[in-house]
Design a protein around this ligand. Structure first.
Ligand code: PLP
Length: 266
């Protein structure tokens, strides 16, 4: 039987831990066929991002149109978008083709602190993509860059969600994984009416490369299969928890979260 499809509009990670590599295996592990519009080629390993080259914006547009017009897209997500020009091209293209529920992971920098976005591009994500998004999934660093709100507790997490919803997405997931001093990882999902707190275990590991991409992709896969946003986020959180629990060291720096458990017992 033909599976549902999910499209990732994102960059390549030569280290294979994040980016389209994480997205495609997460789609696969969640039973959907992965489609790709590549935005940038990064040169990186576990120690960081040494540089990147972006794909011309018209080629990004052409990739989206090619798959949407022929194969159909049941849900889409964005990861690394690299430049304001690519972001504007993606926004315009999404007005012309049908991609179903649309998840925006506002990737600004890698966890090693290296920029994955040219300087003027965050503003374009906020103004061009958030109003078109079903769900946005910022981490706490991205929340601070986007709103100026520093999330330190439940009240400021709620204030951040409200500030982010002002930009026009239907739902926001304020991820609490980077909060310090909490025993659990508490994420807050809201559409401005419902406030859903999702609590999960915090695992002691240095190896969390690709975690944000993997969560957003798992959510997108569930949306492609027809889940509601709250159900897709709950399923995505369960998926990423296991990936973080089984993350492994690779290279001298930050290792990747693990998708291998999804293969079943070996
Ligand atoms: N490289 C690419 C191509 C990415 O898309 C991302 C995250 O979206 C990263 C690197 C950063 O991943 P992390 O912050 O998990 O290290």
């Amino acid at each position: 039987m033909t599976p549902k499809t999910a499209l990732t509009i994102a960059g390549s990670d030569s280290g294979g831990g994040a980016g389209i590599q994480a997205d495609l295996r997460t789609f696969f592990a969640n039973g959907v066929h992965g489609l790709v519009a590549l935005t940038a080629v990064t040169v990186q390993n576990s120690l960081g991002v040494q540089g990147f080259t972006e794909i011309p914006a018209d080629v990004v547009t052409a990739q989206i149109k090619a798959v949407a017009s022929d194969m159909g897209v049941n849900a889409a997500k964005t990861g690394m978008l690299a430049t304001a020009e690519i972001i504007r091209a993606v926004a315009k293209t999404l007005d012309e083709v049908e991609v179903g529920p649309f998840v925006v992971d506002p990737v600004a920098a890698s966890m090693t602190g290296d920029a994955l976005l040219r300087e003027d591009a965050l503003e374009a994500i906020r103004t061009e993509l958030f109003p078109r998004a079903t769900l946005i999934t910022p981490n706490l660093d991205e929340v601070r860059l986007l709103t100026g709100v520093s999330v330190v507790d439940a009240a400021s997490q709620c204030a951040a969600a409200e500030a982010l919803l002002e930009f026009g997405s239907r739902w926001v997931l304020v991820k609490g994984g980077h909060m310090t001093g909490t025993a659990d990882c508490v994420d807050l999902l809201s559409d401005g009416r419902e406030y859903i707190s999702l609590s999960g275990p915090r695992y002691e590991t240095e190896n969390t490369h690709g975690g944000g991409d993997t969560l957003a992709s798992a959510i997108t896969a569930s949306l492609a299969k027809g889940a509601s946003v709250p159900d897709a986020v709950a399923a995505g959180k369960k998926f990423i928890e296991r990936c973080v629990a089984e993350a492994y060291p690779l290279g001298a720096g930050v290792g990747p979260v693990s998708p291998f458990w999804a293969l079943g017992p070996s």
